[in-house]
Design a protein around this ligand. Structure first.
Ligand SMILES: [Zn+2]
Length: 290
């Protein structure tokens, strides 16, 4: 029995011992869990707080990065638009502006009459007080100064034709259109498209060409002096030689257009027409000349 009882007892004893071990380890595990958990609680709290503040920082940093990226993109776009497209200046279509662009594509409003027309005190080759003697005040004063300086240099300039009303353009267009067989655009602007309606343009001439308006004026002393100095008084040769395709006009060394000293000087320096100034360079045309 002992042989039987002993192993039985010892088995029971082993089971009890194992059970005790298990209980101990469970208790230890529990204690460990509780102690560690408690010691971790405040830490985890801090950690969480730190973590959340870190997240805020992260968010802020990301936002900054995003806005920086957007700024970068803007800069890139700006740079690209700078390099890819020529600088575009908005076309001045205000009829009362001294720098207005008037041509076939940019006609004046129907019936436009300049607000401040005056009769400039300059010589004309005729004595009648015709409306075409008029210019807008600022342009008229500039013309007086231009003519006065030319006279000081021993030259006599004459004004031939300034302000031209819409109605007068209609008459001229009908007359020249019939005579030239429809090619009136070459010499006289379609009504509403003449710069003369702005009161900012004056055709000038001299005795050497019989007070006519023709290209030989460019070879006279007066013509050469005007081409060289008009910009100092705010005028440009509006339809220059070599720019016929751009302006739509044959060379008119006699047609002065007032744009103010600043713009006239810039256009002269850069050799630009008003069209090129506002609408960029014309597409390259191979003229065959080098
Ligand atoms: Zn003219």
């Amino acid at each position: 029995m002992d042989d039987h009882g002993s192993p039985l007892r010892s088995r029971a004893e082993r089971q009890r011992q194992e059970w005790r071990k298990k209980r101990l380890s469970i208790r230890l595990a529990l204690i460990f869990t509780v102690v560690t958990g408690m010691s971790l609680l405040p830490l985890s709290g801090v950690h969480e707080a730190a973590d959340s503040s870190h997240t805020e920082e992260e968010k802020e940093r990301k936002n900054t990065e995003i806005s920086l990226t957007k700024q970068d993109q803007k800069d890139v776009t700006k740079k690209e638009s700078h390099t890819d497209e020529p600088e575009q200046i908005e076309v001045d279509t205000d009829p009362t502006s001294h720098t207005v662009l008037v041509n076939q594509s940019h006609p004046l409003p129907d019936g436009y009459v300049p607000p401040d027309l005056v009769f400039p005190d300059v010589p004309f080759p005729f004595s009648e007080n015709l409306p075409k003697k008029q210019l807008r005040r600022e342009a008229g004063e500039a013309l007086e100064q231009l003519f006065a300086e030319a006279e000081k240099q021993g030259m006599m300039l004459y004004a031939q034709s300034g302000y031209r009303s819409y109605e007068r353009q209609q008459e001229l267009y009908a007359f020249k259109g019939n005579r030239a067989g429809g090619a009136a655009n070459q010499v006289s602007a379609r009504p509403g498209t003449s710069e003369h309606q702005t009161g900012l343009a004056m055709d000038v001439t001299c005795r050497a060409v019989g007070f006519k308006l023709n290209q030989s004026f460019a070879q006279t002393r007066e013509g050469r002096w005007v081409a060289e100095h008009a910009h100092q008084y705010g005028f440009i040769i509006r339809y220059p030689k070599g720019k016929e395709e751009i302006t739509g006009y044959t060379y008119e060394p006699w047609h002065l257009r007032y744009v103010g000293k600043k713009m006239a000087s810039e256009l002269k320096r850069k050799n630009l027409t008003l069209e090129e100034y506002y609408e960029g360079p014309a597409p390259e045309v191979d003229s065959g000349k080098k």
